[in-house]
Design a protein around this ligand. Sequence first.
Ligand SMILES: [Zn+2]
Ligand SMILES: [Zn+2]
Length: 249
Amino acid sequence: MVKGNKSKQSKFPWSYIPFFFLSLGFSILIVAFSTFLRTHNTHIPNPLGIPLTWILALGFSLSLLIIERLVISSFKCSICGREGKDVLRYSNRKTKRFCRTHMIDEFKKEFLKIQNKIVVIYPKLEEKRGSSYTYQYYSLSDLKKYNLQEIIGDLVTQGLNSISGACATCKADAQVAYFGADSFRWEHKGGSAGWELPAIEKINHTAEILCTRCVLDLILPSLRNFKGNFEEPVVLHYAGEGIFLPWQV
Ligand SMILES: [Zn+2]
Ligand SMILES: [Zn+2]
């Protein structure tokens, strides 16, 4: 755990006081009402003098505390415990929540494990804000499932077929057909909401042939500097060959 959390824990938890008073108020109501039902007398003794009121108040405030803890922890980075708005989907389809820094760290770690040939489109998200963008991997079989085969199937096939030999930058084994920042534009695709998509189908550049390490150096700044929140999880590589591409959801 980070140091900041420790010093927080040692202080008196003032923020929990409202929970207790809320619970106490609720308990007073319950005890007063149940006394009235039992006695049918509008003269009700002070509920604060009845032990049941305090027992109920304690029980309710503890339950509220536990619920609050559970809700907050479900929005925290699973590594550092700070606010975590980014979600990663792993190759086993499970997801984990991270702050931006740790999402980038995890993305890098998992990306370097990829064994297949892949196509990578530059995210170009550093120029975007808002909450409707994401960066996701699509396996070849899912391109068909999401009707992307007709639109970008040829680009992906040509890209994959062009991968051979050494990385153009560092001479390590090449594994990626990479389309950089200048290879496409974001284009509005109609709709009143101003929906826009990367015009990947219009790419007529030849892919750069690189290794995974060199591609990471190129794409990570774009993901890191995206000023919005990823609306859907960032999807890591799964199920063999395919393509990483930015998307508006
Ligand atoms: Zn974190
Ligand atoms: Zn390289």
